[in-house]
Each structure stands twice: as C-alpha cells, then as structure tokens.
Ligand binder design. Structure first.
Ligand code: SF4
Ligand code: SF4
Length: 120
C-alpha cells in the first residue's frame, strides 16, 4: 500500500489547472462561430438546417443575414456544413458562461469587428 501511495504522489495529475492555466483545444474544435458577411448570399440554409433553431435570419443593411442564439446552440456545426459559401467557421473560443443571456446573441457584422459575428 505504501508503494502504491508513493507511486501516486509522483504521478502526473489527471485534472488540469483550468482556469488558472488556459486549456488547449484540439484542432477542429467547435467553439463560438464567426461569420463572413462578404461570403454570405443570404440563402438561409444555415437557419433552415439548424436542428436547435438557433439561427434567425435578420435584415442588416438591406441584406438578410444569420443571427446566432448561442444559448440554444448545441455546437453541432450543421450550419457550417450546410453553408454553400463556407461563410460560417468555428473558433477555439469556448468560455461562454454568463449570467446575461443577451450576451449570447451573435449579431452579424458590427462596428469594431467587420466580418465576424459580434457578441453584444
Ligand atoms: S452549430 Fe448547430 S446548433 Fe449551433 S447554430 Fe450551427 S447548426 Fe445550429
Ligand atoms: S448558409 Fe451561408 S450563405 Fe446561406 S445564409 Fe447562411 S451563412 Fe449565408
């Protein structure tokens, strides 16, 4: 038993020190979406195919664009699969916990981040 105890003392811990040490995510990780309005042709396929009904098509500067409700999103990335223009991409950003539900609405475009959905 003492031998086993000593072995465990010098073993690498099974848990990580997150959030004190930033967690690494694997390649292809499905985090928060980014959207490129220059590629979008307003077809609405992303919204139609979203199984969680998390994408609403809204009018922005006279163009229909996807608005993401991340509180409904299950991060399946069917929207990116369905998009014929590859206008939706994933990011490694996953820290979405919030007490303000409105901050989980990603509106297309924005003054400071043209070409990305911005968290309001
Ligand atoms: S990742 Fe899935 S659930 Fe989220 S918006 Fe895209 S299709 Fe909908
Ligand atoms: S599927 Fe792609 S091109 Fe069509 S509305 Fe959605 S983001 Fe735009």
């Amino acid at each position: 038993m003492v031998k086993e105890l000593l072995a465990h003392l010098f073993k690498k811990p099974a848990t990580s020190k997150y959030p004190f040490v930033k967690a690494e995510v694997p390649e292809g990780f499905r985090g928060k979406q980014v959207y490129d309005p220059d590629l979008c042709i307003s077809c609405g396929l992303c919204s139609r195919d979203c199984p969680a009904k998390a994408i609403e098509m809204v009018e922005v500067d006279g163009k229909r664009s996807p608005l993401f409700h991340l509180d409904l999103c299950i991060f399946c990335y069917q929207c990116a699969e369905s998009c014929p223009r590859k206008a939706i991409k994933s990011t490694a950003f996953f820290e979405l916990a919030t007490t303000n539900k409105d901050s989980l609405v990603l509106k297309p475009g924005g003054p400071s981040q043209k070409g990305e959905c911005v968290q309001q």
